[in-house]
Design a protein around this ligand. Structure first.
Ligand SMILES: *Cc1c(COP(=O)(O)O)cnc(C)c1O
Length: 223
């Protein structure tokens, strides 16, 4: 199946209140355009440099989410491109986003990335650290906390990821209770092999790459 058919098929299976985010790392501008033509309204990029090149060509035609780890020296550029940063995982990076947004008078919607499998090599805060980071984000004038995101561990059987999605959903609900004044609305989890389980566990953003564009040709980004 082609990109168009994949997008149509996924949209027809997803509940109306779940956003289909196309994970576009390593995909060309033409491939992304095809996905947009088929109904994609939100794309997710992992690398600021790669996103910047595509953004020059595509512009604001879709909502741009950052779904990869953000380094401090890339924040200034990132805040000009992205509409949402899904991967805030430290006070340090939150502070830098806040500072760079204050310079351009922008309020950045952000999400907290949870390292739900507590894997030391992976990005994201450990579940027990989420509340503290949320308090910090809420104190930043140029940040708006809108949700949480998780990758979860790599599993052989998709069903094995369910406990990590469930845990992330619990954190999402807790943050909503703790910060009723914030509009914490989004729970971003689930990829090509796991999106059905994610939706069952309350996700309202699923991030799909391979399931839309086919297998990735290279492991790393194309730049
Ligand atoms: C690549 C990627 C995805 C999509 O993965 P697929 O298995 O290709 O659907 C989702 N989220 C993040 C953060 C990614 O880097």
């Amino acid at each position: 199946m082609g990109i168009r058919e994949n997008v149509r098929h996924l949209l027809s299976q997803l509940p109306d209140d779940v956003i289909l985010l196309a994970a576009t790392k390593s995909r060309s501008v033409d491939e992304i355009r095809e996905a947009i033509d088929a109904g994609i309204r939100v794309i997710g990029e992992n690398y600021v440099q790669e996103a910047a090149k595509k953004y020059e060509v595509l512009g604001k035609v879709v909502e741009w989410h950052l779904i990869g780890h953000l380094q401090r020296n890339k924040v200034k550029k990132a805040v000009r491109i992205f509409d949402v940063i899904e991967t805030v995982d430290s006070e340090k990076i939150a502070a830098e986003i806040n500072k760079r947004c204050s310079e351009i008078n922008k309020i950045m919607p952000v999400m907290i990335e949870i390292n739900s499998g507590k894997e030391p090599q992976k990005a994201g805060v450990y579940p027990e650290e989420a509340l503290k980071l949320a308090e910090y984000i809420v104190s930043c004038k140029h940040l708006k906390l809108i949700g949480v995101m998780t990758m979860g561990p790599v599993v052989k059987n998709p069903e094995d990821i369910r406990p990590y999605f469930r845990l992330t959903h619990k954190i999402f609900e807790k943050l909503k209770r703790e910060f009723p004044e914030c509009e914490i609305k989004y729970l971003s989890m689930g990829m090509t092999d796991t999106w059905k389980i994610a939706v069952e566990e309350g996700a309202n953003i699923v991030r799909i790459g391979t399931g839309i564009f086919g297998p990735r040709k290279t492991k790393h980004n194309m730049l």
